[in-house]
Design a protein around this ligand. Structure first.
Ligand SMILES: C[S@@+](CC[C@H](N)C(=O)[O-])C[C@H]1O[C@@H](n2cnc3c(N)ncnc32)[C@H](O)[C@@H]1O
Length: 273
């Protein structure tokens, strides 16, 4: 079986793809697998123009979710270095399957982070969900690396004298989702700031990052912006093509034109907001 390039993404099922990565070869896994919630790429939500959302999202049936999670996580465990870390995003619906797979696969839980975003889908008979869970785990807690001054040093303070480093290290992260008005997009994407934060605390330049469920390719694109190598998989051809185009052209956002035109007013790996 041919081994994979650590700086390449692949249009294939990650269950097969991860078998081609050597054991203990990855420094960091960041991933946002399907949540098993009957997600449809064009459901009316997120206040967006449906026609710009690329369809085809590969969802997992709820009854298969526990087994699906065990399968991909076992493969991620094999390829992660002892000094490595993994960050897994999850909604609340199937969180129990993610937590049991973490234990079953032999990961050690470091933090249970809450990512609080700026809005959820309005509800009439229950509270609005406006957070995701992010499980920060590792194989070996003694060997795991953590660069705790990566974003703020101990002397950085806000105007009230509060420590910025302490605030940044709290386990509730208030980070806004990105709106890509007028641009082509996939239905779910993690904001750049969220990925940057994880990369800066857990890796150094040149390290290898893995995302088995690439979607729009955010993890790969932001890794490249920060000079990390990234290998990843996406099973849906349209999403893979979208991610690959962003990476090959060094463009953070693509315009929704046909044939595709790259946005001249958008910076090359510059400010994404
Ligand atoms: C929640 S999305 C990832 C979004 C991504 N984090 C982003 O920021 O764009 C999950 C992705 O996993 C893909 N997927 C589902 N099953 C897969 C599999 N077995 N192998 C690879 N990709 C898969 C889906 O098509 C979907 O694009």
């Amino acid at each position: 079986m041919a081994e994979l390039d650590f700086n390449q993404i692949y249009n294939e099922d990650c269950m097969e793809g991860m078998k081609r990565l050597p054991e203990c070869s990855v420094d960091l896994v960041i991933t946002d697998p399907p949540f098993g919630i009957e997600f449809k790429a064009r459901r009316t939500n997120y206040n967006r123009t449906q026609s710009r959302v690329i369809t085809g999202y590969n969802e997992i049936d709820a009854e298969d979710y526990a087994e699906f999670t065990l399968r991909w996580m076992g493969k991620a465990h094999r390829v992660l270095k002892d000094s490595g870390s993994m960050f897994v995003f999850s909604g609340w619906n199937n969180l129990k399957d993610v937590l049991s797979a973490i234990d079953h696969c032999g990961f050690h839980t470091v933090n249970h982070i809450i990512w609080k975003y700026q809005f959820g889908v309005a509800c009439r008979r229950r509270f609005v969900t406006s957070h995701y869970h992010c499980l920060f785990v590792c194989k070996n807690d003694k060997k795991r690396r953590f660069f705790n001054s990566a974003r703020f040093d101990k002397n950085a303070h806000d105007k009230n004298g509060g420590s910025l480093r302490y605030q940044d290290l709290e386990d509730v992260w208030h980070i806004k989702r990105e709106y890509w008005h007028g641009d082509q997009k996939t239905p779910t994407k993690l904001p750049r700031e969220l990925i940057e934060k994880i990369l800066l605390y857990s890796t150094e330049e040149g390290d290898v990052v893995l995302d088995p469920f690439l979607g729009s390719g955010q993890v790969a694109v932001v890794s490249k912006m920060l000079n990390r190598r990234c290998v990843g998989f996406e099973i849906v051809k349209e999403y893979f093509d979208f991610a690959k185009e962003r990476l090959d052209k060094d463009l953070y956002r693509l315009k929704d034109d046909s044939p595709k035109e790259f946005a001249e007013d958008l910076p090359l790996f510059g400010d994404a907001k």
